[in-house]
Design a protein around this ligand. Sequence first.
Ligand code: ADP
Length: 542
Amino acid sequence: MHGLMQDWPLLCHKIIDYAAQQHGQREIISRSVEGPIVRTNYGEVRNRALRLAQALDRDGFELGDRIATLGWNTARHMEAWYGIMGIGAIYHTLNPRLFPEQIAWIMNHAEDKAIFVDLTFMPIIEAIADKVPSLRKIIVMTDAAHMPKESKLDLVCYEDFVGASDGDFTWREFDENTAAGMCYTSGTTGDPKGVLYSHRSNVIHALIGSLPDALDIASNEIIMPVVPMFHANAWGIAMAAPLTGATIVNPGGMMDGASIYELLDTEKVSFTAAVPTVWLMLLAYLEETGKKLPYLNRVVIGGSACPRAMTQKFQDDYDVDVVHAWGMTEMSPLGTLGSLKPEYADFEGDARLDIQEKQGYAPFGVEMKITDDDNVPCPWDGKTFGKLKVRGPAVAKAYFGGAGKEQFDAEGWFDTGDVAHINEYGYMQITDRAKDVIKSGGEWISTIDLENLAVGHPDVQEAAVIGIAHPKWDERPLLICIRKEGKTPGREDILGFMEGKIAKWWMPDDVAFVDEIPHTATGKIQKTELRKQFADYSFPTA
Ligand code: ADP
């Protein structure tokens, strides 16, 4: 017997409709690509998204068409997303930090038919447009005055495109399982793989993300998603914020410490989210200038492990709570968040930091398990490592075009490629990417634990650990560090600092100092590159 409740499909444009109706005056503030800070609101964004949908419809774009976006977080980018989804087409976010050839490869794989592009990225589109035969429209997200003067391409001005429609249009109707968005994983191993979100998964993810123990979003919140919309949907904020009516402050393309600080301060941002490298820049700026963060209550940090020292600094020096989070493009992306359950609510100092070093627990809608090499579930004892697998309504069940089949099993579990342990209260801690873990004498050493510890040294700016072949132990850890400016810690200083804080056999065999550590397009340490750089290295003691 079916229930007798209404069949109200979970469609993304219902989110922006809701925001316009209930929170229409709530602002969306953006550092524009042209320079000035511009202000709009949910009512306006909905109105312009509708006109954009009408224009796409008029130009013959259809249900299921992939329409790329290559842009920073701005109100225009949001309008484009909602307008694209409103005709049943699919927004496809491209990461501008990839090489142009990689972007062209991804666009061809997705068969993108149009692109919305920021002025900043004109050189990219100029370089690749003729390599993407499916592309029939290039819309530059600016006004007539700022349109590029010279271009070999046939460009459309965004404001003209939106301005040419009157908004007398209704969103298209379709099933909630219709594809809504697309994002490719960065492809550090093999070709990038396309993740295809549905309207239903996006709406459910926005609901999950808004929960108090998740991102904890409400209409009185002023949110700055520093994490880009092209990095796994800005962690769901571009949908969770309108779903709750929260104010959005978009940083545009400026992510340096001073620019981020300026917006946090002038717009009185209460909550923000980004990867650790962004926060390193902000914290360095605050230290230099002696400035404080009086309005900011909470920062969500994820994408790679949040070092303990960073959590401590935010909390002790700036009175800002840190929520450590883990997720993946394939999970829309939220997987776990480090809010404190009642069991940990009274924890202070180091005991609290111990819990916050974990990536947190899964909200409703994310099922997790860890398994050994024979696919047998491991106990949740907080120490047994296993392969981390997940499933849920906002988790991918396949990649676009059928790549990566081996990551999905018959029961719907998706193998994340991460290695983790989970404790009795459900708190998960990533110990490594499966491909980065160091096997020493048959036992595993967590590179993330070592990196976290090393960056706790006051003179270390950033640290990475890789395994180096060893005649006796197979592999041993090499610690690679960037020193803080003006500081000159040596090997012994750093190893001495780590001593007693980890098992003896986890101690790195050596420390190498470098000026730069390579990062991927989503801000993660690029270990494949580091392994290449240190391919000829051998331990002095081996
Ligand atoms: P990409 O793979 O495209 O760089 P994702 O953001 O989807 O982008 O990467 C997901 C991976 O990032 C996870 O599988 C995990 O290895 C890593 N990751 C994300 N958050 C954390 C975290 N808090 N701690 C450790 N690793 C993390």
